[in-house]
Structures are given as structure tokens and as C-alpha cells.
Design a protein around this ligand. Structure first.
Ligand SMILES: [Zn+2]
Ligand SMILES: [Zn+2]
Length: 255
């Protein structure tokens, strides 16, 4: 009886975590083990190919090109970023843009798990995973975190240590840190602002409450979306000013 109850509850929890209906169109889903996002979207909504982030791109900012070899983009040649490199799991368009909107603004948290799998895959593909000491999700200001109820960037990386252990059979060489970077100024939404306005909006938005802790450390910032990069750059600048050795960024989707 108890066993049955546990089993039934387990199935209920499973249905909560992975809905049987497509988040895009509401139709029932046929899951495909090879694609974690097929737990949330039907075959039709997923489309033929996901907009995966791939070569050719700018080795610094990760801006994707239509063709040719990897090369520094004009923006990076003109003004090098604070970050050493930016890489992503997806291009911010089509289904990924829609899914991120559902995740962030409509709290469709069942997307966290498939997103985290894709992000971890991108981490393994594009970075030397052993080259970092800390993984730092971009923090939200406390007022925004309260309103939303969760930090989407943290949800994307919180299981990374377990995923690493499962994949490589040893503890991760880095840890997830949510205390070394703080969002100390509430900023207005970056959406709709141009590059300069975004930069101004983020002036002194971040602070480093524990500078001793990050001295000489290589840090990987994690965010959900990278459009102009103003948020990641401002966070990276704060960490570098406080003594970090280097900062790179891994994002779920890059515009
Ligand atoms: Zn659908
Ligand atoms: Zn670039």
C-alpha cells in the first residue's frame, strides 16, 4: 500500500516536473531520450533543428558568423571585452527565445532541467572545464528575486557539480558560488535599451562583498541570455577590479 502510494506520488511529481503536454501548443508529447527539450515541447514545436551555438564565431565575444573561419569580430577588435571569452548553448531565436520567455517570465520551471543539460554540454564543448575555480550565476537584485521567486541563472547551474561527477566519476574542480558577487543596485529592464543606455543602467550595479575570496581565481559567469553583453561585462569588471585572475561567460542563449 505504502509502496503503491510512493509510486503514485513519484509519478505525480514526475508529471509536475516534466509535463506531458507541449509548453508551446498544448498537445501531448512523445518524448525522445536524445533531446532533453523533448520533455517540454512536441516534435512540431521543436522543429527540425535547434538553433545550436556553433562555429564559426568570434573567439572572444562568441558572436556567430554565417560562414568562414573563426575570427575576432569588429566590436572586439575595436574595444576588447573584460571577459576572456563568451560561449553559449544556443542562438537566441526561434524556439529557444520562446522557451526562455516561458521559463523566466511565466515560471515554467520544468524547463530548468533540459536547459541545464544543454548548458552543461556547451560547457564541456567550449571550455576547459578544469580551468575554473568558481562558477558564478549572475545575481538578481533582491527586489527582483523576491518578485520572480527564483534566479533563473542559478537554476541553470545548481546541478552542475552532480552532472560533472556523473560524467567524469570525480568531484568537480570548481564550486558554484552565489556569495562573491552581489547585485547592489536595482536596474531597470535592459530590454529595449541600446548599448550605451544598457551600460549606464548597469554602472555600479554589482559589488564584490568578499574580495579576499576571489583573489587570483578564474571565474565562469553564467547567465540565461547574452544580447549586448552589458550585464556580463559589468559583472566581470566588478570581479576583475576586486582581484579575479580572469572571467569568462557561459550563457544559455546568445543573440
Ligand atoms: Zn507543440
Ligand atoms: Zn567579438
Amino acid at each position: 500500500m505504502i509502496k503503491k502510494l510512493v509510486k503514485a506520488t513519484g509519478a505525480g511529481v514526475c508529471a509536475l516536473v516534466f509535463p506531458d503536454k507541449c509548453l508551446g501548443c498544448g498537445k501531448y508529447i512523445k518524448k525522445n531520450a536524445d533531446n532533453p527539450l523533448s520533455k517540454c515541447f512536441c516534435h512540431r514545436c521543436l522543429g527540425e533543428v535547434l538553433p545550436v551555438f556553433d562555429h564559426p564565431f568570434c573567439p572572444a565575444c562568441g558572436h556567430c558568423f554565417e560562414s568562414g573561419p573563426d575570427h575576432l569580430c569588429e566590436a572586439c577588435l575595436k574595444t576588447p571585452m573584460v571577459m576572456e571569452s563568451v560561449r553559449a548553448a544556443f542562438i537566441y531565436k526561434e524556439l529557444i527565445q520562446k522557451a526562455l520567455g516561458l521559463f523566466k517570465y511565466q515560471s515554467k520551471l520544468s524547463l530548468a532541467r533540459p536547459f541545464e543539460r544543454h548548458l552543461f554540454q556547451a560547457f564541456a564543448t567550449h571550455f576547459d572545464m578544469n580551468g575554473f575555480h568558481l562558477i558564478v550565476p549572475i545575481p538578481l537584485h533582491v527586489s527582483k528575486a523576491k518578485k520572480r521567486g527564483f534566479n533563473q541563472s542559478y537554476l541553470l547551474v545548481r546541478n552542475f557539480p552532480r552532472l560533472y561527477r556523473d560524467a567524469y566519476g570525480r568531484p568537480a574542480p570548481w564550486c558554484i558560488d552565489i556569495r562573491c558577487l552581489a547585485r547592489v543596485r536595482a536596474t531597470v529592464s535592459q530590454t529595449g535599451l541600446d548599448h550605451k543606455a544598457r551600460k549606464n543602467n548597469l554602472t555600479q550595479a554589482f559589488a564584490c562583498p568578499k574580495p579576499d575570496y576571489i583573489q587570483g581565481k578564474n571565474i565562469l559567469l553564467v547567465d540565461d541570455v547574452f544580447t549586448t553583453g552589458a550585464t556580463c561585462n559589468a559583472a566581470a569588471q566588478t570581479l576583475m577590479n576586486a582581484g579575479a585572475a580572469g572571467v569568462s561567460a557561459l550563457v544559455l542563449a546568445r543573440a
